[in-house]
Design a protein. Sequence first.
Length: 113
Amino acid sequence: MSERLPTHLEVGAIIRRAEANGDFATVLRKGDMERGSLILVVGSRGRHFACLERILDLDGNYEWRTAGPSESAESTEVSSFLAKRARFDGDLWVIELDVAAPERFTAETVASA
């Protein structure tokens, strides 16, 4: 089983990573500081690219997987997805990222798990 950072520390690291690359990141929703679940809403120039969710796999390891609306989904569809998830998970954190290279950011995030 892999250990993970408390969620608030991981959120801070994700925001710093984005800002170091000249990108933008903001917290849309704060959840539990220590063990909250985490969804990243990745976009570029106002266009939705993907939602990434940190999940616990069957082997007890955390990994990032795509979830929710597909690429180029309307903002109402993304908002609806996030609202539904928040209703069922009060500990949920949501981070919105506007990055210049969403494909690269997503690939690096998934590979780093």
